[in-house]
Design a protein around this ligand. Structure first.
Ligand SMILES: [Zn+2]
Length: 497
């Protein structure tokens, strides 16, 4: 069924639709939409900052539209890209609005006219068709003719051309440098090579982790005790969703073109603001408790500020016996009901991104104002939203690669922090000069307060520092291709040797 579209009866500048008569007994008026008028000038568009040159030539498609109409043209354009469903053109023509069809017919033409370059880059053309249709279905489209070639650039990004082009850029890094950086993922030594960490002292590890994690719990729970006789102020999730919509655009802008180049990624799906809920909704079960212990244990394990209990006890993250000892320590700590209760409570006060359902869980309250000011908390909340958004747009290859290294948190949290710190710095600069952004982040009418310095630094202890080191040596461009587009060699991940 064609979807209904209401049209204003007056003030219409587009051509009148054509009507035809059906047999008298089944009278219905069917609207035939006017065909889009495509640009006749042929040109080459160079995508700024890349080697991509797009040939734009709609002349054949114009002739095709006049000859076989929209459904027939779509059918042929899709078939030329290897998508041979017999009734695809008809279904598309019946499903989409004229403006959606005007976008799609041009996008298909662009990919068709540049198919040779794409095939050279290894792009699967039927997949391109699927991606373009998905983007049209999502409904957020840059109209053709938008100044600054926004439409053509969007087509290059969402169809997968940019991704293939970026991944084809040579890495230009000497193999010895990659090998040296790769060792960061194996702090105890590469598998099968001499190990550099001595035997584990399990009791030292146990005592050190208990002390460090107890401190983390007490520190992080403190803001969530309200002042005597009062309640904590609730966060307004309508406002949070507005901030999320802005941040989604802002992250893409600051890190362009990398996040949007991931053509099969979540940026072409449900918006971030549609995937937010309160951390109170997290069900605390055994896996959740253990997951918190593993994340936080690794976080403090090599951090001198927490007496680096893993380093001190010769914990080797790749040694099976050490892993087993660590699991036992976590289980024993959680068997203490008071400790487990605190962890459970903190999980409901800890933001997180759940890969399973794609949801981001955010804190539902402002902290006790005696512990942290509201303005500071607004920056903290914003930083958290950026951090969790980075998890959301991380390429799945990175998450897979994390399973094959000894220090997975460099991949899972370290690079998230590298990009989060960068985006927050740009946001702080923008908000200092832009009243609207300032009101959005800090709340309307709040006096200007810059983002606290600590938030502009790369967090997550040694794992963040290692990711930062890799970024410094390989360059942000390489790391972004690795992180957002899944070419993990550019994160110094190497095949097992
Ligand atoms: Zn995280």
């Amino acid at each position: 069924m064609r979807k209904s579209r209401s049209r204003s009866p007056v003030g219409r500048s587009e051509p009148q639709p054509v009507y035809f008569e059906a047999p008298a007994e089944t009278i219905e008026i069917q609207e035939i939409d006017p065909l889009p008028v495509l640009e006749q000038a042929t040109r080459d568009h160079a995508y700024p900052g890349t080697s991509i040159v797009v040939r734009i030539d709609y002349r054949n498609t114009s002739a095709l539209l006049n000859r076989v109409g929209m459904a027939g043209s779509l059918q042929q354009l899709c078939a030329a890209l290897g998508q041979t469903n017999a009734d695809l053109g008809q279904r598309l023509a019946e499903t989409f609005t004229p403006s959606q069809l005007a976008w799609l017919v041009r996008a298909l033409t662009i990919y068709g006219a540049n198919a040779g370059k794409l095939t050279e880059l290894g792009v699967d053309l039927p997949t391109v068709v699927r991606r373009l249709i998905k983007v049209v279905r999502r409904g957020v489209l840059t109209p053709p003719g938008t100044p600054g070639d926004g439409f053509v650039n969007e087509v290059v990004l969402c169809g997968g051309w940019m991704q293939a082009s970026l991944c084809a850029v040579p890495m230009a890094v000497r193999p010895q440098i990659l090998t040296a950086l790769n060792r960061l993922y194996f702090p105890g030594g590469l598998p099968g090579r001499p190990q550099v960490i001595g035997p584990l002292d399990p009791e030292l590890l146990r005592a050190g982790l208990r002390k460090a994690l107890t401190r983390v719990l007490d520190q992080q729970l403190r803001p969530w005790d309200p002042p005597p006789g009062e309640r904590l102020e609730r966060v307004d999730f309508t406002e949070i969703r507005r901030i999320a919509d802005f941040l989604e655009r802002f992250v893409c802008e600051v890190l362009a073109p990398f996040p949007l180049a991931y053509a099969d990624g979540p940026l072409y799906g449900v918006p971030y603001s549609g995937c937010l809920t309160s951390s109170e909704e997290v069900t605390v079960d055994h896996d959740g408790l253990l997951g918190w212990m593993e994340n936080r244990g690794t976080r403090v394990g090599r951090d001198p500020a927490y007496e680096a209990p893993m380093t001190a006890a010769n914990y080797h993250p790749g040694r099976t016996a050490d892993q087993e000892a660590l699991r036992q320590i976590y289980a024993d700590l959680l068997s203490d009901a008071d400790f487990a209760r605190k962890v459970g409570r903190l999980i409901n006060h800890t933001p997180q991104h759940a890969a399973a359902d794609g949801m981001t869980y955010l804190l539902p309250c402002y902290p006790n104002p005696a512990v942290q000011s509201r303005a500071e908390w607004r920056w903290r909340m914003t930083r958290t939203m950026i951090h969790e958004f980075m998890h959301r747009i991380t390429h799945p290859n990175v998450v897979d690669a994390a399973q094959h290294v000894h220090q997975p948190q460099i991949l899972k949290e370290g690079f998230v922090e590298v990009f989060t710190a960068l985006v927050l710095q740009r946001l702080s600069d923008r908000a200092a000069a832009d009243q609207e952004v300032r009101d959005l982040i800090l709340g309307p009418g709040t006096p200007w307060t810059p983002a606290p310095d600590a938030y502009l630094k790369v967090g997550y202890g040694q794992d963040g520092a290692d990711a930062q080191q890799i970024t410094k040596v390989l360059g942000r461009g390489n790391v972004a291709i690795g992180y957002f587009l899944g070419d993990v060699r550019r994160l110094a991940i190497m095949d097992p040797q």
